[in-house]
Design a protein around this ligand. Sequence first.
Ligand code: MLT
Length: 311
Amino acid sequence: AVGLSSAAGAQTYPSRPITMVVPFTAGGPTDTVARLIAESMSRTLGQQVLVENVGGAGGTRGAGQVAKAAPDGYTLLLHHIGQATSATLYRKLPYKPGSDFEEVGLVTAVPMTIIGKTGFEPKTYKELVDYVKANKDKVTYGNAGVGSASHLCGMLFMSKVGTPMTTVPYPGTGPAMNDLVGGQIDLLCDQTTNTTGQIKGGKVKPYAVTTKDRVKSLPDIPTTTEGGLPVEVAVWHGIYAPKGTPKDVVEKINKALDAALDDPKVIARMADLGTEPEPKDRRSPAVHEKFLQDQIAQWKPIIESAGVFAD
Ligand code: MLT
C-alpha cells in the first residue's frame, strides 16, 4: 500500500498470490522447473505462486513483461541462460537483461540432449554430424526462437559442423517436441527436463548429451565430446524480480527458493529429470547477479562470431 516503508512491506509480504512468469509455453522444460519449485515456495511463503506462461520471441516477450511490472514482489520471472544470450542476440530489446532486474537466486543447471525423430537415418552422433554435412539445409531443426536454449545449442552445433540447417521456430520446446515425436521435424536440442520421458519411452532417438560427463539418469547416452564434436552447454535457470523490488522482499523470495531446493521431493524429481538443485553456496542473490554478468560477457564473443542477431 502507498506510504508503507519497505520494511513494513516485507513484514506483510506476501499478502496475495504471486505470479511467476515463464517466458515459454506450458508443458516445456522451463515450465516444468517453475512448477516444481512453485509448489514448495507457495508452502513457505503462505501464498500461491502461480505460474503464467508468456511464450514468444525466444523468451524476450515474457522477460520484457516482467521488466516493466510493478517492483513489489508480486510479479517474478523464471528465466534461463537466454537472459544472458539475449543481451547480445537482440539489437533492439526494449529492456536490459543485465540491469532491469533484481536477481533473486539460481535454481538449477539443466543438461541438454541432441535428439532426432525415431525414423531419422543417422544412428550415432558421429553419423549425425556426417549426415548434416551431406544434407545441409534439408535437415530441419526445431527451436524455441532466438534467445532460447534450443537455439543456442543449435547455433553451437551448426557452427562446429560448419553447415546451416533449416530452423523451425516455436514459442517453446513443448510444441517442438510434439512435432519431433510426430516426425514433422528431424532434430531438436532440448533440456533433459523435457526430453527424459520421451527418450525413455522410445519416442525420440537420442544422440548425445551436452555435458562434460554423462548424465546419471541417462547413462547410455554418450557426451558430444565422446562423439567427436564437443557442444557443451548447461541451461542454468534463475528467478528475477523487476528492478527496484525491495531488498527484504527479494530476501524473502530467496529463502523460499532455498527451502524449495532443499525439499527432498524437489531433489528427487529433479534427479529423475536429469538435473539437480544449485549447490547451497550458489543460491544467493549476489552470486546470481555476478553469474549473470559473467555469462553475458562469456557468450557475447561466441554469438558475435556466429553472427546471428535479431531485432
Ligand atoms: C522451454 O521451456 O520451452 C524452453 O526452455 C525453450 C528453450 O529455451 O529451448
